[in-house]
Design a protein around this ligand. Structure first.
Ligand SMILES: NC(=O)c1ccc[n+]([C@@H]2O[C@H](COP(=O)([O-])OP(=O)(O)OC[C@H]3O[C@@H](n4cnc5c(N)ncnc54)[C@H](O)[C@@H]3O)[C@@H](O)[C@H]2O)c1
Length: 246
């Protein structure tokens, strides 16, 4: 039985990834700061085992305790999805060190701690899949100097993990979503004083597909890269942005 860990899966894209991996036959552990019982219920409803673990991915102690719990509940972990994320938007000249560090910590330190812990069991088993969430914002996005730096950093991190772990049967890839309708994006619209309707309409006006992405669109790409069929793909970045060019 394949066991997957998805960080930040209490809601949004992470929740959709957890459900999609369960639909593909995996048991799924959800690691999140907040209550993940909705996601656990959805995974269980598909006949798969679910384990919800409250943990902060920026804290090595929490990460270690989470893996102990997951290994006890579900067994060794073969698939890791680094999805947990936060935004603390501000223009560069106004951004505080706290806002800068908070975003780099969750995306980069979180992915590092989770991957370092997960790879040990994958190396032992000679098989594993790591998928990390970047963003089209990795190419630069006004008001997101912290988030853009973190999401660009994820690409270097994942490509290096691909180099180091490839000989052990482990792939490491990146999914980079564009505009996806989740609480995170709605909060961005809110913070910049724009109504969701006009914000969403403006965002998709120039997209070839002319629509906002869904969490399920992203989950489908993650599920492919986490599958056995994707064994010859590693160190790659797959954009899921409806044709958005940056
Ligand atoms: N929504 C978009 O348009 C979009 C676009 C590109 C990339 N992304 C990326 O996709 C991922 C998911 O985004 P989303 O829109 O679903 O976000 P979201 O805010 O809806 O969900 C993020 C989840 O991460 C959890 N989390 C935050 N900090 C954590 C920590 N320290 N430890 C454990 N869990 C933590 C939150 O509690 C939340 O459940 C993120 O990495 C985000 O940067 C989102």
């Amino acid at each position: 039985m394949t066991v997957a860990v998805v960080t930040g899966a209490a809601r949004g894209i992470g929740a959709a990834i957890a459900v999609r991996l369960a639909r593909d036959g995996m048991d799924v552990a959800v690691v999140d700061l907040t209550d993940s019982s909705d996601t656990e219920r959805d995974v269980s409803a598909l006949g798969r085992r679910a384990s919800g673990v409250g943990a902060d991915v920026t804290c090595a102690k929490d990460v270690d305790a989470a893996f102990h719990r997951i290994e006890q509940d579900l067994g060794p972990v073969q698939v890791l999805v680094n999805n947990a994320g936060v935004t603390r938007d501000a223009l560069l000249f106004r951004m505080s060190e706290k806002e800068w560090s908070a975003v780099l910590d969750v995306h980069l330190t979180g992915a590092f701690l989770m991957t370092r812990r997960a790879q040990a069991g994958m190396v032992e088993a000679g098989w594993g899949r790591i998928v990390s969430l970047s963003s089209v914002a990795a190419h630069g996005n006004r008001g997101q100097v912290n988030y853009s730096a973190a999401k660009a950093g994820i690409i270097g991190f994942a490509r290096t993990a691909a180099l180091e772990l490839g000989p052990f049967g482990i792939t490491s890839n990146v999914v980079a979503p564009g505009y996806i309708d989740t609480p995170m994006l709605r909060a961005v619209a809110d913070r910049t004083g724009r109504e969701w309707g006009p914000y969403a309409a403006a965002a998709v006006a120039d997209l070839p597909v002319r629509r906002m992405g869904t969490s399920e669109d992203v989950a489908a790409a993650v599920a492919f890269l986490a599958s056995r069929e994707a064994s010859y793909i590693t160190g790659e970045v797959l954009n899921v942005g409806g044709g958005l060019r940056v």
